[in-house]
Ligand binder design. Structure first.
Ligand code: F6P
Length: 553
């Protein structure tokens, strides 16, 4: 009989552990181990990751760490930081860590015919950005009518929108921004129509943010904003008030943007990892250079932790392994993120791209179908709002949904009671998910209120909670640039670790291509009518109906 490979054996061992009758009984794990909270919590500086409310026990953790070792996670991590090609389907490195490294950190990134001095290149671009930010803040750079800027309008989508939008909220929502930031991502004309109401064209600095500078939505919006501005202010507005953040410097030049308003980066920066690059310029403009630099420093600190810490104490690795346990061993295929911080209201949207565009794959690096489930469906909302919408399902639905609770201990407002109420709600949600409520408890509550026994019997099943529903908690002292940088880099590395354990390419995104191509074919059909046989029956009928409703067909 052929013996299993070490990797297959590691997965089999995990499957055996997950098949134990009590493998989902988190309450029993606490009862059996009074030290569980301490033993399943890890910290990096003031950031604590509490995994104890997940369904992992000591044996499972050892087996998960063993999986990481036999899958050569160490080798992957070394190749990632060495700037080797870890995105083989696009032949690219994933060297976003260089963007937050010091100029002399020496990080390099493989290129098709050579190597980039990534740390040095990033630092040089950062110097240009800092100078630009200073000039805008000091009023040295002005619009074409001589007025200072009061708003930066970022035109971009996906990674060229979600990162900066999330970080601007996180760092400025509760304070006074240095410059107001607005974001135009959707190609829906209503999005720009709404923004045009509130923008003063003479005081708006426009940044066209696109790694490729070819994305249809972004280029359509960029032309719309350019036309609007030129109509209001004349041709001089483009030179004075437009900037670009891109790897495609040729296309940027053709658009007519002044070279000294152009900030570049390289292909070894994936779109969803680009907030640390010039794509983060709106963050620096809105929150100030110091906050942006602190954000980079926080990311760099998490990089060092991820690179240098043994797996058993490594936050991204442990967060990733907990996810693997839930997804692949317990079959939980959704993941909820609840940041109890209004300033992190865009964090779930940001994570959706990071996690689902990275790991929403069903083919492995060797071209074979994925051997096991990969990325879960990720969703979330700020707490406490979520409690009044979908948390019903998370508590009592037919499927368990692992949750990440995220919050800061110290707020940036002066209403401590409000913050205690907020955090009490986060803790109460995770406690409720763990503890649940037995039918007997529900009955006793109703009896204490004097309800008749027939009513108690009828209602009690609806008021019981199974409990034993897993969650993680991430807590840190205070949400500032540094804390945000650590948090984002924590999830970036978690995603990379999971992708590696699933043996998929976490850094490509071929799944977005087909829709783009088909949209290109449908656009002319919406004006001229569908070409017979060009589409499936439904799409063809919908195009006809669309034209009829518009009185065109
Ligand atoms: O959605 C696909 C994608 O390529 C993302 O990966 C990327 O962040 C987004 O489009 C925007 O691309 P670009 O920055 O090139 O306009």
């Amino acid at each position: 009989m052929l013996s299993e490979s070490p990797l297959a054996a590691a997965w089999t061992r995990l499957a055996d552990l997950a098949a134990r009758p009590d493998s989902r009984d988190i309450r029993a794990l606490f009862a059996a181990d009074p030290e569980r909270a301490r033993r399943f919590s890890v910290s990096f500086e003031d950031l604590t990751l509490d995994l104890s409310k997940s369904a992992i026990d000591g044996e499972a953790l050892v087996a998960l760490l063993d999986l990481a070792h036999v899958a050569d996670l160490d080798g992957f991590r070394t190749r990632l930081f060495a700037g080797e090609v870890v995105n083989p389907t696009e032949g690219r490195a994933a060297m976003h860590m260089a963007l937050r490294s010091a100029a002399d950190a020496g990080m390099r990134a493989a290129l098709p015919g050579g190597v980039d001095e990534a740390s040095r290149l990033a630092a040089a671009e950062r110097d240009k950005m800092r100078d630009f930010v200073r000039k805008v803040h000091d009023g040295e750079l002005r619009g074409c009518t001589g007025q200072t800027f009061d708003t930066v309008l970022n035109i971009g989508i996906g990674g060229s929108d979600l990162g900066p939008r999330m970080a601007v909220d996180a760092l400025t929502l509760a304070g006074t921004p240095r410059l107001r930031a607005r974001f135009l991502s959707n190609v829906d004309g209503h999005a720009f129509a709404a923004l045009a109401q509130e923008l003063d064209p003479a005081r708006t600095l426009v940044l066209v943010a696109s790694k490729t500078f070819t994305t249809l939505e972004t280029m359509t919006n960029a032309h719309a904003v350019r036309d609007w501005m030129v109509a209001k202010l004349g041709d001089g507005a483009v030179g004075a008030q437009f900037g670009a953040l891109s790897t495609n410097l040729k296309a940027v030049g053709e658009f007519g943007i002044r070279p000294d308003h152009v900030f570049g980066f390289r292909d070894w920066v994936g779109g969803r990892y680009s907030v640390w690059s010039p794509i983060g310029l709106p963050v620096a403009l809105a929150a100030g250079w110091e906050a942006f630099q602190a954000f980079l420093d926080g990311g760099a600190a998490m990089d060092a932790h991820f690179r240098d810490t043994p797996f058993a104490a490594n936050l991204p690795v442990l967060l990733a392994l907990t996810g693997i346990w839930h997804i692949d061993l317990l079959g939980l295929r959704t993941h909820c993120v609840l940041a109890y911080d209004e300033r992190l209201r865009r964090f779930p949207a940001y994570l959706q791209q990071l996690e689902m565009e990275s790991n929403g794959k069903s083919v492995m690096l060797d071209g074979h179908p994925a051997a096991r489930a990969t990325c879960p469906v990720v969703f979330g909302e700020p707490g406490t709002d979520a409690q009044h919408s979908f948390m019903q399902l998370v508590h009592q639905g037919t499927q368990a949904v692992p949750v990440d609770f995220v919050f800061a201990a110290v707020p940036d407002h002066d209403r401590p009671e409000a913050h205690r109420i907020l955090v009490a709600n986060a803790l109460a949600q995770s406690e409720a998910l763990l503890r649940g409520k037995t039918r007997a408890e529900a009955e006793a509550e109703m009896r204490a209120k004097g309800m008749p026994e027939t009513e108690i019997a009828r209602i009690a099943p609806h008021r019981a909670f199974s409990g034993n529903r897993p969650s993680n908690t991430i807590m840190f002292r205070h949400l500032d640039g540094y804390a945000l940088g650590r948090l984002i880099a924590l999830y970036e590395h978690k995603v990379a670790v999971q992708g590696w354990l699933w043996q998929i390419d976490s850094f490509d995104q071929w799944g977005v291509e087909l829709g783009k191509v088909l949209a290109g074919g449908i656009i002319p059909d919406l004006s001229a009518g569908p070409k017979p046989g060009a589409h499936d029956g439904s799409t063809e009928a919908l195009i006809r109906r669309f034209r009829t409703l518009r009185g065109e067909g």
